[in-house]
Design a protein around this ligand. Structure first.
Ligand SMILES: [Zn+2]
Length: 204
């Protein structure tokens, strides 16, 4: 039987995209809400007819507050946090950006599923989602991208080359080139609408 095709839905709010990838009723959430907003997240998922327990894992592209703010809240609701080993150091630093009014639930290491990029394909395959996680630094050292075998890639805040500011442009370019070489074609960013990766090839 051929693998069920994957669908991609944006469940984001407040200018950040949170991408829900589904293979039938097996789902993966890429980027995990703003701090203190679990009620809003729950109501969006409910409106889209997505029971929380169908989400196999939540994965943050990187540990900034608008991308991983609800990671611990999801864990408490029974959804494991998938952490790539290059991200572990960034997690405790997240709270330094948080204000008390944000109602952030601090992420603890206990219960996290920590894997390497090399282990990601087997784990995703077991959830019916063909693809892999790649380390794509540039916006931050802990940034990773989820690349599906159909060419869809979830890049978080990896900076387009023409918008590089404080980032190292060589690191940013190397990450985009890696994604292209591994088959990435359609970019699902952390902010704004999807765009075709070939539009930046001339700048890499
Ligand atoms: Zn960021």
């Amino acid at each position: 039987m051929p693998a069920e095709s994957t669908t991609i839905v944006n469940v984001g709010y407040r200018s950040t995209n949170f991408w829900l990838i589904s293979a039938g009723r097996s789902r993966l959430l890429v980027d995990i809400g703003w701090p203190g907003s679990m009620g809003k997240m729950r109501s969006i998922l409910k409106r889209m007819d997505v029971p929380l327990e169908e989400i196999r894992y939540a994965l943050a592209t990187h540990y900034h507050i608008d991308h991983a703010g609800l990671a611990q809240d999801f864990k408490q609701a029974g959804i494991p946090l998938l952490v790539i080993d290059v991200q572990t150091e960034a997690i405790p630093r997240m709270k330094t950006w948080i204000k008390p009014a944000d109602n952030y639930t601090e992420i603890i290491a206990e219960g996290n599923v920590v894997i390497s990029c090399a282990e990601s394909r087997a784990l995703l395959e077991a959830s019916g989602i063909p693809g892999e996680v790649l380390h794509t630094p540039g916006h931050s050292p802990d940034s990773v991208s989820l690349l599906l075998d159909d060419g869809s890639v979830f890049t978080g805040d990896l900076t387009p080359p023409d918008r590089v500011g404080l980032e190292d442009p060589a690191v940013v370019s190397a990450s985009w080139r890696l994604l292209w070489e591994r088959g990435a074609r359609r970019v699902y960013p952390g902010h704004g609408p999807p765009w075709p990766l070939d539009q930046i090839l001339g700048e890499l």
